[in-house]
Ligand binder design. Structure first.
Ligand SMILES: [Zn+2]
Ligand SMILES: [Zn+2]
Length: 325
């Protein structure tokens, strides 16, 4: 019997009687991180990493029953020994390790291997069976270090001091990483935030993440032309009524998807900065090999390409996660 199985609510561990990132309300949820496609409301009880608690409660409700665990601490759920290990994706993101009768399975959740000053670094967790994501599982994906991208963003922003610079990015994770990367290269200017970014940023500040100073753009007089200011906003605000506040801003989008030819133009941004919180092709392969796992299941993105590569080049028993049975 495999340690994990597919159910209508997502991946289920019978030995622990728990679901991993369930897609609908269940009795007991083990949560890899607080992004909306992994942490959903309505479960009776949640288990997650303690540094994810602030954002989780913001998003799922203050009153949820949450067991907040430190990284690496083992705990028993029925017959399974469970622990969370850093995934390097966003603040409080985790890989989930399950050990039952000496057999170890690890579910990576979303993860990356590049350094990120806004969250805990990725930890290699030895295991027998690894379930890895492959959002960017093609050889064309190869990331530059965050500080290099931060330098590009600073040059773009400082290159236009007559207009506001609107930089779009995901409000949880990416925006805070951008402020931490800018801080790390010596930027001390105050950055202005859309309300959705401001909410999450409060949790990051409470966790002590060093970032550039910031404040909500709504606290600044609407008469201020905001020339030379950097403003961070979620993609949903692009081309919305919210943008009327800014006079001929320059616009850009920061995302791993900016590596895809034509994506920037299709989405209508003037500039694209390639900055991802997922592993690139080399990062995925390195992670699989370092885990020592002999059986690999691949989920998200290009799961067939990566699993075929792992089979043919490395002789591993690798296949898309939907083939787990
Ligand atoms: Zn995520
Ligand atoms: Zn995800």
């Amino acid at each position: 019997m495999p340690l994990l199985e597919h159910t209508d609510s997502g991946l289920y561990c019978r030995a622990a009687d728990a679901w991993i990132d369930p897609s609908r309300p269940v009795r007991r949820a083990l949560i890899t991180h607080a992004h909306a496609d992994h942490a959903r409301p309505g479960c009776d009880e949640y288990w997650a990493v303690e540094s994810s608690e602030g954002v989780l409660r913001q998003r799922l409700g203050r009153e949820i029953t949450l067991h907040a665990m430190p990284y690496g601490q083992q705990f028993w759920l029925n017959q399974a020994c469970v622990s969370f290990h850093s995934a390097g994706h966003v603040l409080g993101s985790a890989q989930i390790r399950l050990c039952v009768e000496g057999e170890v399975w690890v579910v990576t959740g979303d993860y990356k291997r590049c350094a990120d000053p806004s969250c805990e670094p990725f930890e290699v967790v030895p295991c027998d069976v690894l379930i890895t994501e492959a959002t960017f599982g093609l050889p064309i994906y190869s990331w530059e270090p965050g500080e290099r991208v931060a330098e590009q963003i600073r040059a773009w922003w400082k290159g236009d001091q007559e207009h506001p610079s609107l930089l779009f990015c995901y409000s949880f994770g990416k925006a805070q990483r951008l402020m931490a990367e800018l801080h790390a290269i010596g930027v001390e200017d105050e950055v202005l935030l859309h309300g959705a970014v401001e909410t999450v940023t409060r949790s990051y500040r409470a966790a002590g993440v060093p970032m550039t100073p910031s404040r909500p753009v709504s606290t600044i007089s609407s008469k201020d032309p905001l020339a030379g200011r950097l403003i961070l906003a979620p993609p949903s605000a692009h081309r919305s009524a919210w943008m009327r506040r800014f006079r001929s801003p320059q616009t850009a989008f920061a995302s791993g998807w900016m590596a895809v030819r034509g994506a920037r133009r299709r989405r209508g941004y003037e500039r694209g900065f390639v900055l991802s919180d997922h592993a690139d092709w080399q990062g995925l392969i390195r992670t699989v090999l370092e885990s020592g796992a002999s059986t690999i299941y691949v989920t998200h993105g290009q799961n067939d390409v990566l699993s075929r590569f792992l089979r043919e080049r490395h002789g591993l028993d690798a296949r898309p996660l939907d083939q787990l049975s």
